[in-house]
Ligand binder design. Structure first.
Ligand code: ADP
Ligand code: MG
Ligand code: MG
Length: 932
């Protein structure tokens, strides 16, 4: 028996189930029939009004790509299916009385917007056109359909660009003195069709194919071939879609939105793709138009719901009277259709359990559904929709959590424009994709790419965008278009890629030739001028508008989602914070403690600076102790602020880590100073008073230079730093510990719940740890006695030297906690110094596939991870109470967090802004690994 290549929408799922011997899953349906085909079948099955259709499978496409021929039996099966839809529609393909017209539509497993086109009105020739005119009593319509068909067929199937055909149409409109397509006369359209046929013949040397079966054959081949078109390949590379999937071909009975004023076509979203709101039907339509007109942005579309329409008019500054007269909503125009539509949308949402993006056509007052798919949405909408759907009982809380990319959370915490800043508003467009962006205006995708490659921030400004602009859009900070609505190409691509976008900004006129646009107030923005666009509001400003942090407290849905995540996750989430301000922010974001408080910044405090330098260069113990005593109050002050912010939560203070020479002036600077002082001395040879002063200064600088040179290290990353410095600089560990415990005790006395933890950096040998611990415990004990209060505390070590990981069982006996410092651990495991590596070869390594990812961003699970895993196992075996966390940058990266969950860490610690991301990623890790 030959393979089944063709399935009817009305029973495709059952037929496929027969072959599989079970119900296919949604993913299997999409894999075989493409997203569009699976959608047509699902809608048909659910009882929605779908024009009779059939689908040629992706498998047929794969076979065709291999042999360049239709696979055996496919064409016969297609004809058989055609007979079936003829029967359903009560029309006949190519018939001179009652002709069936079809659309031939591509549809891959994943939607690839604008990549592969659709031919509408296939089956038209002079005979069927005449029949159509007679049947519908509408000659104008028949010619309109015909001229569209010739245009699309020539363009998509034959590669004869539609712009030539559109030029002719424009020429006609100008001659007739009309602005929009529906105003063109029948005579005009008749002339146009003849003109088109002549153009076709001149180009290809043969007549436009009049045999509907020939048309169908060629169109199917063209859809198959388009899978390997240049743009499609580029899109797949960018999105990581496999090249071997192939596309399905959908053949659908035509329904006509261009049959008059009781006909229309449009696109709708079940929820607002920009905010996620679920109040009414979102979307747009055009009266008396066919499919592609809405997306093309040729005419101003009308809003589907009354409420949406009123909001739209308000934004556009259109009065209620004008709106009702010129741009009424579908709800007002066809209330019955609107009601039916609402019911269908609700059903589809429940079937797909997600927000739907739908295409529909109304033919003489009858609604037809042509497509449905899970809609693209902004990060904010994604979170709101997931939370709402869980509350509505459509999905579970866990599904809601799994649906949100952790990076979306990052986006939601991104800055917006400062509302108090002075701004020069020059235009208002549609808020097509949220986010604030500032950059140089570029008027072509090429220029955008060129500037972005030089590290410039770019805003791509276009009259409207098409797939050729996509590479330029992706490297831009934002996109501004003059034409097109919320469903225009620019808006869809921008939302899909999290790019701020203001679309349909009709107030500006973009001149791509002169690379500039003019705003209503006369402001001219030329290529390279800085502009700011606000995708939240649709506003466009001249110049750079300053940005402010986002308001987490106001993001109610995100807060709800994260509270669900907290119920599920088992990993703790702490933060890396050095300042009270950061600590407070992190607590607001949900941090449960400080996993790493670096103390070195206190050494840079200008007030402590002099004492720090004296401590380092001290020649006697007394001098050093004096300097340390002077440093202590500054340290203590900072610690108190942090304990206050972290009331009730643990705070891990890490003892000083970087090499000491970082706190001294650089050698180059000193050499320079010495040189200039010597010159000054020569110049002032006669002024004794000045000379004394200069000589004293020179002595001082030379002494410092000797010290700095004495401290010079070949490789400071691996030199005298971390606990080695604590051990070599007498009194340093004691001073830091004293400051820390004094702060803790004093805060405790004020009623603050303190949980101090001290962490020793860069331990590689257990004896280092023992030594430091002895000093530390003595000071802690002494301070608590002096202050007359006991505070519970812990003592632990960082694991960042491979040897520490390798000897975990020894080290664990002398530590209450481990914290993986995966930055250093990665450096030392690979033998890369991060700064050198990232500057010189690492990024190339990733590009050339030598490394799968930058190991400083995503934890290397095989190598560094193996050390971590072993260390956890051996450490816990030696000390079952050992608490283990991670404080490297990886602690805020979702894939690394999943790893941390799997190896059984107690917590991750990351920068304050990544705390919400880590909470979500930790919950996802728990769910994902439970499922396994
Ligand atoms: P795309 O993937 O680019 O959206 P589609 O195949 O969905 O391509 O079709 C392009 C346009 O033509 C859409 O607006 C769609 O609704 C419309 N269309 C497709 N098939 C039909 C049909 N049988 N009758 C009427 N309109 C159609
Ligand atoms: Mg479509
Ligand atoms: Mg380190």
């Amino acid at each position: 028996m030959t393979k089944k290549w063709v399935f009817l929408a009305r029973n495709g799922k059952q037929e496929y189930a027969k072959i599989l011997g079970r119900e296919p899953t949604l993913d299997e349906m999409k894999a075989l029939f493409g997203g569009k085909g699976a959608g047509l079948m699902a809608m048909t099955e659910a009882g929605a009004p779908v024009p009779p259709s059939f689908t040629i499978t992706t498998e047929a496409c794969v076979e065709y790509m291999r042999t360049r021929e239709f696979p055996e039996g496919m064409w016969e099966q297609a004809l058989e299916a055609l007979r079936d839809i003829e029967k359903q529609a009560g029309k006949k393909f190519g018939d001179a009385e009652n002709p069936l017209l079809v659309s031939v539509r591509s549809g891959a497993r994943q939607s690839m917007p604008g990549m592969m086109d659709t031919v509408l009105n296939l089956g038209l020739n002079d005979v069927t056109r005449a029949a159509l005119a007679k049947l519908t009593q509408n000659e104008w319509f028949s010619y309109d359909a015909y001229r569209r068909f010739i245009t699309m067929f020539s363009d998509i199937v034959m590669g004869y660009s539609r712009s030539y055909f559109e030029e002719k149409l424009d020429e006609l409109k100008k001659r007739e003195g009309v602005e929009t397509d529906p105003e063109v006369s029948v005579e005009g359209l008749k002339w146009l069709v003849n003109e088109y046929k002549a153009m076709y013949k001149a180009r290809f040397g043969e007549d436009f194919p009049s045999d509907p079966y020939k048309q169908l054959d060629l169109a199917i081949r063209a859809v198959f071939d388009s899978w390997n078109g240049e743009r499609a390949i580029a899109y797949r590379e960018h999105e990581g879609i496999p090249h071997h999937w192939g596309t399905a071909v959908n053949i659908c009975t035509m329904v006509f939105g261009n049959m008059g004023n009781d006909s229309a076509t449009g696109v709708a979203f079940s929820r607002d793709p920009s905010t996620g709101a679920h109040e009414y039907l979102y979307g747009e339509f055009l009266v008396n138009a066919q499919g592609e007109d809405v997306v093309a942005g040729i005419r101003t579309p009308q809003q589907i719901s009354l409420k949406g329409s009123r909001e739209w008019a308000k934004r556009q500054g259109i009065s209620e009277e004008e709106r009702r007269e010129k741009y009424p909503s579908l709800e007002e125009l066809m209330p019955e259709v609107y009601k039916e539509f609402l019911g269908i949308v609700d059903m589809l949402e429940r079937y797909y359990r997600d927000m739907q993006d739908m295409e529909f056509t109304i033919e003489r007052g009858k609604l037809w559904m042509l497509q449905t798919r899970n809609g693209k949405r902004t990060a904010a909408a994604a979170v709101k929709i997931a939370v709402d759907m869980a509350k509505e009982g459509i999905i579970t809380k866990e599904e809601a959590i799994m649906r949100i990319e952790p990076e979306y959370v990052d986006q939601l915490l991104r800055p917006t424009f400062d509302p108090n800043a002075e701004k020069h508003l020059i235009a208002q467009g549609l808020n097509a994709s949220p986010g604030a962006a500032v950059g140089k205006a570029a008027f072509t995708a090429e220029r955008a790419k060129e500037w972005a490659a030089q590290g410039e921030d770019v805003i791509l400004v276009r009259p409207e965008t098409n797939p050729d602009d996509v590479p330029g859009m992706l490297v831009s900070k934002g996109v501004l278009t003059q034409k097109g609505g919320a469903t225009s190409h620019a808006a869809v691509v921008a939302r899909g890629n999290n790019l701020p976008c203001v679309a349909g900004c009709g107030e500006i006129s973009v001149d791509t030739n002169r690379r500039m646009f003019t705003a209503p107030d006369g402001t001219v923005i030329k290529e390279g001028d800085i502009i700011s666009i606000d995708g939240f509001t649709g506003e466009v400003y001249a110049g750079a508008v300053p940005l402010v942090a986002s308001r987490y407290e106001q993001q109610v849905e995100l807060i709800t989602l994260l509270s669900w995540a907290d119920e599920i996750r088992t990993l703790g989430v702490r933060t890396n914070a050095d300042y009270p301000e950061d600590a407070r922010r992190a607590v607001a974001f949900g941090a449960e403690g400080i996993g790493l408080c670096r103390t070195e910044h206190m050494f840079f405090d200008p007030r402590a600076r002099d004492a720090v330098v004296r401590m380092i260069i001290a020649e006697t113990d007394e001098e050093r102790q004096k300097a340390l005593d002077d440093m202590l109050p500054f340290q203590e002050q900072d610690f108190e602020g942090i304990f206050e912010a972290m009331d009730g939560k643990p705070v891990i203070m890490r003892l000083i880590d970087p090499p000491m020479h970082e706190f001294l002036p650089s050698r180059e600077e000193l050499v320079d100073d010495v040189y200039h002082l010597k010159l000054e001395i020569l110049k002032n040879a006669n002024s004794f008073e000045k000379l004394d002063e200069l000589r004293a200064e020179l002595d001082e600088k030379e002494r410092m230079l000797r010290i700095v040179e004495g401290m010079w290290e070949v490789n400071p990353m691996m030199g005298l730093r971390g606990c080695r410095a604590g051990i070599m600089y007498k009194g340093l560990t004691e001073m830091q510990t004293r400051a820390y415990f004094q702060a803790a005790c004093r805060c405790a006395k004020r009623g603050i719940d303190v949980h101090p933890e001290v962490m020793i950096p860069l331990v590689g040998v257990v004896n280092e740890l023992k030594l430091e611990r002895e000093k530390l415990e003595a000071v802690a004990k002494q301070v608590m006695e002096e202050e007359g209060i006991e505070v519970p505390y812990m003592f632990g070590t960082m694991i960042e030297v491979p040897r520490a990981a390798l000897t975990a069982s020894e080290i664990a006996q002398h530590a209450q906690f481990f914290s993986f410092g995966t930055n250093d651990l990665t450096q030392m495991t690979y033998g890369y110094s991060r700064d050198d590596a990232e500057g010189k070869f690492l990024l190339q390594y990733v590009e050339r596939g030598i490394l799968p990812e930058n190991p400083f961003q995503v934890l290397d699970q095989e190598g560094v991870g193996r050390l971590v895993k072993m260390c956890v196992e051996e450490g816990r075996a030696a000390n079952p109470d050992l608490e283990i966390g991670i404080c490297g940058e990886h602690g805020g990266e979702p894939k690394s967090i999943d790893f941390c969950h799997r190896v059984g860490l107690d917590y991750v610690s990351c920068s304050p802004f990544r705390v919400p991301i880590a909470r979500l990623a930790a919950a996802q890790a728990a769910i994902r690994n439970r499922a396994k």
